[in-house]
Each structure stands twice: as C-alpha cells, then as structure tokens.
Design a protein around this ligand. Structure first.
Ligand code: TYM
Length: 321
C-alpha cells in the first residue's frame, strides 16, 4: 500500500515539519503534495502563496522524495472534486467539533467557509489514492480520524469504494516544540523572525544561535521529564530524532545544559545542511523543478482518476443509460 501526505505552504518550513513529516516522505509509491488549496482557508496573499508553494515543493524534492511522488494539490483537480463529494457525506456537527476550526474559526465574523470544510478536502486528499498510510505529526490525528469516519460511512452508504486509512507515527518527534515556548508546538505560521522556530532554510549560524538560546529552566540537570522540564525534554527529543538515539538514555550523558545545546545544534545542522545543499542545487534550476512537478502531477492525475469516477458513480452522478 502507498503513503499520502501534504504540507501547507503557509510559512517557511520548520524543523518540526521535517522531523514529523517531510523526511519520512520516502515511499516509492507515495503521493506527497503541497497543499495549496488548504492554504487558502485563512486570509492569504496570492503572491506569497505562490512563492511558498514553490519553496515548499522544492524542499520536498530536495528532501529526497522519490521521483514522481511530489506534486502541487491544485494541479490535480480530483482533490477539489472529491472534496465536494465528501462534504456531501459529512455533518455540520462533526465538522464543528474539529479542534482547528474551534481554535481558528468559530465565532469569528471573517472565518472562511473553506476553513470549516477543510477536513473534507483533507479526507479527499487521503482517500483518492487508496492509501492506508498517512505519515504526519500528531497535530493531524483528528483530521485523519475524520477521514477514516468518512471512508467507513461512504462505503456503508454507497458501496465499498475507499480504503480506510491510518496515521503512521514517527518513532520520535511527532511534536517538536517551540524552542522559546516549549509548551507550544513549533509552527511555520509563527512570525518569520520568531526566536523559537528553526526554519529549514535559515543560515546555519542563525540556527546554531537559536538552539543555544533555547529556553530551559533554572536547574542545570539534564533529565527527560515532559511536565517538569519541557525545554530540556524537547532538546533531548530533537537530539534523539536527529541522531537516532533514545531521549531518556541520551540524558545521562550530560551534566549541564551548555554541552547538550551544543550537541543539539550539531545534530540539527547535520540533518539540515545536506538538505540545504540539495535545495540550492534544485532552486538554481527551475526548469528541472517544473519537470519533476509535472511528472508528479501526471502520475497523481492518473492514479486518482479511477477512484474519483467510482465515487461519482456510486453517488449517482452523471446520466445513466
Ligand atoms: P501542516 O502544513 O501544518 O504540517 C505539515 C506536516 O508537518 C507536521 N508538523 C509537525 N510535526 C512535528 N512537530 C511539529 N512541530 C510539527 N509541525 C507540523 C504536521 O503534522 C504535518 O504532517 N492538514 C495538514 C496538511 C494536509 C495533509 C493532507 C496531511 C492537507 N492534506 C493529507 C496529510 C494528508 C497540515 O496542515 O499540515
């Protein structure tokens, strides 16, 4: 079975995006896309959306996603088409309970209707490809859960059409925290100069400085303890995710925060610098990027067409003879 996953071009990608999702986009049969339609569910600036779509796509290619797996969501019309069909199978009640809508949209006068129906489009992204695996960070659990519910409901009401998908969790780093506010998730939508966010394309010296300035606590004891020591725990988890170690065991190798931070900075850069080199090569060759994305688009159009047709006909669309 194949994997499917998307990244919204709503900001410059962070270390969290890479460890929780991007670096796991390795399945040869996978479908990995820039979710530009999702990026329009909040107020957006067209020129910035276009620039971030290109940057995100180029990073996805640079991260080593296999040939033909990367594309831009809006280049494959089946996503929006199936999204509408799934809106016709979902209920206002369940969409109102989605955390993202409650936090970013409910009770605000300028909330876009598309923010409310966002989970239907995301379910379409997933269900179109007959995939059973969705590699994402843990903030996407509720969305994948809804995609499962909609697949089960559709199959029951209209006949077996969709594979019921599952979240696949990374072993580590399913939620990388902000370095300045370690109780919050590191987020690409924070201000571009937010001190707690490591951007994948920031210069290495900026990244090192940010790690060295990470908020810890007033003790100097390195211990993995989520509630008492969120800052130190986050650093240990980042270190483990970048080096392949175990965060609890790694703690015993340190007697103070300085050495820990310095090793975290080295480990993060050992992951980010090769990615930046690949990115620079691709970014200097826009024609190749266009070609790779066209290949991904054509493959996605071909792969999604039969399931969209099956869903349309199961729901009674078109004129029968
Ligand atoms: P988005 O764009 O917010 O994030 C992209 C991916 O990065 C993961 N992620 C993190 N993982 C660990 N630590 C963090 N701090 C962190 N921040 C973000 C996210 O979990 C995600 O995997 N709705 C999705 C985009 C989407 C999608 C889909 C995903 C649209 N359609 C279909 C999977 C399948 C989103 O907003 O991701």
């Amino acid at each position: 079975m194949t994997a499917v996953s998307g990244i919204m071009p709503t900001g410059r990608l962070t270390l969290g995006n890479h460890l929780g999702a991007l670096r796991r986009f390795t399945d040869r049969g996978g479908f990995y896309f820039v979710a530009d339609l999702h990026a329009m569910t909040m107020r957006h600036v067209p020129r910035r959306l276009a620039a971030l779509t290109r940057e995100t796509a180029t990073l996805m290619l640079a991260a080593g996603s296999p040939p033909g797996t990367v594309f831009v969501q809006s280049d494959v019309p089946a996503h929006a088409q199936l999204g509408y069909l799934l809106e016709c199978t979902s209920y206002v009640g369940e969409l109102s309970r989605m955390i993202q809508y409650k936090e970013k949209g409910r009770d605000r006068p300028m909330t876009r209707a598309s923010l409310f129906t966002y989970p239907c489009l995301m379910a379409a992204d997933i269900l179109l490809y007959g995939t059973d695996r969705v590699p994402v960070g843990d903030d996407q659990d509720q969305h994948v859960e809804l995609a499962r519910d909609l697949a089960i409901r559709f199959n029951r009401e209209y006949g077996e059409t969709f594979v019921v998908p599952q979240v696949v969790k990374a072993a580590l780093a399913t939620r990388v925290r902000d370095l300045a506010t370690p109780t919050a998730k590191m987020s690409k939508s924070d201000a571009d100069d937010a001190v707690g966010t490591i951007r994948l394309l920031d210069p290495p010296d900026v990244i090192r400085r940010q790690v060295m300035r990470a908020v810890t606590d007033s003790e100097n004891e390195v211990r993995h303890d989520e509630s008492a020591k969120p800052g130190v725990t986050n650093l240990l988890e980042i270190l483990a995710a970048c080096t392949g170690g175990d965060p609890v065991q790694l703690a015993s190798g340190y007697s103070g925060y300085g050495a820990l931070k310095s090793d975290v900075a080295d480990a993060v850069l050992s992951v980010i610098e090769p990615l930046q080199r690949e990115y620079a090569v691709l970014a200097s060759d826009p024609a190749t990027v266009d070609e790779l994305l066209a290949h991904g688009r054509d493959r996605a159009i071909e792969a999604s067409a039969p399931r969209l047709r099956a869903a349309q006909s199961a729901m009674g669309l078109g004129v029968s003879r």
